[in-house]
Unconditional design. Structure first.
Length: 274
């Protein structure tokens, strides 16, 4: 009888230990809606799990919100696209090291018939034209990398959008997919990352109007949340994810992700200036 009880106890112990081990092999990544909405994570994460056994749960938010999530210690890794905000996060001591991962670009989207006449102009002139024509413009308004880039472009165009929020400029406080949906429904202009635009299905009569300009460059970086600030961070597993993203294998997987035959992201982990 004792032997049987001992075996039962051993079996339960092994079972609970295996459950605990399975729970440990998971991390939380705070990231942008663009990496989620573009389908990149749906493509990458199964490859990563197959190779490492590590589950990745993504919390998709605007970059500002994702960095705040990481500051609170509610994520192990943060993967975003606003270099200035990322560098501030590092200076505050919340991250261990910033790694460049990949880039794409922003594009100005609007009605194909372009009622404001913004098409083909450089991005600053296009924004000035939209403002002067009071053409409807949808802003994410969510402190995301795209929103921060948009605000910077208005500023570079000499427009203080903070004091010029007339009826034509609408902040929605939502992600890129929602912004594109609203722009499609209201035939408005919107700044989008190219990856989400290429994966977006509900385009209506929207089209790319301005693209390929230096100011529209969009860099992504990844950082391990500092376990010295948040001791519960799964540093080893999080670093494994980062190491894979910047490895030749991870970079090749990023380059291989395409929608409709078009590449969405361009790996550049080896670029020291990215």
């Amino acid at each position: 009888m004792l032997t049987r009880r001992f075996l039962i106890v051993v079996t339960i112990t092994i079972f609970l230990t295996s459950l605990a081990a399975a729970e440990v092999k998971s991390i939380v990544v705070a990231s942008t809606t663009s990496t989620e909405d573009s389908g990149l994570f749906s493509y990458l994460l199964p490859i990563f799990k197959q190779q490492t056994g590590i589950d990745v749960r993504v919390v998709a938010q605007g970059t500002g919100q994702a960095l705040d999530t990481a500051r609170r210690g509610d994520a192990d890794v943060v993967f975003v696209h606003a270099k200035q905000a990322e560098e501030k996060f590092m200076l505050e001591g919340f991250g261990v090291k910033r790694y460049p991962v990949m880039h794409n670009d922003f594009v100005l989207i609007g009605p194909e018939n372009d009622p404001a006449g913004a098409k083909g102009k450089d991005i600053l002139t296009a924004l000035q034209t939209i403002k002067n024509k009071a053409a409807p413009f949808i802003s994410r308004g969510d402190r995301s990398g795209t929103h921060l880039a948009e605000i910077g472009l208005w500023k570079d165009a000499g427009i203080d959008i903070g004091s010029n929020k007339a009826h034509w400029y609408k902040e929605i406080g939502q992600g890129m997919g929602a912004a594109l949906n609203i722009a499609s429904a209201s035939r408005a202009y919107v700044l989008s990352d190219r990856g989400t635009w290429l994966a977006f299905k509900n385009r209506g009569d929207l089209a790319i109007l301005v693209e390929g300009e230096r100011r529209l460059f969009n860099q992504y970086g990844v950082m391990l949340v500092n376990p010295a600030r948040n001791p519960h961070v799964k540093a080893d597993l999080g670093q494994q994810f980062i190491n894979w993203l910047v490895s030749s294998e991870g970079q090749s997987a990023i380059a291989a992700y395409k929608v409709g035959g078009e590449q969405l992201f361009y790996p550049n982990a080896n670029d020291p200036n990215a």
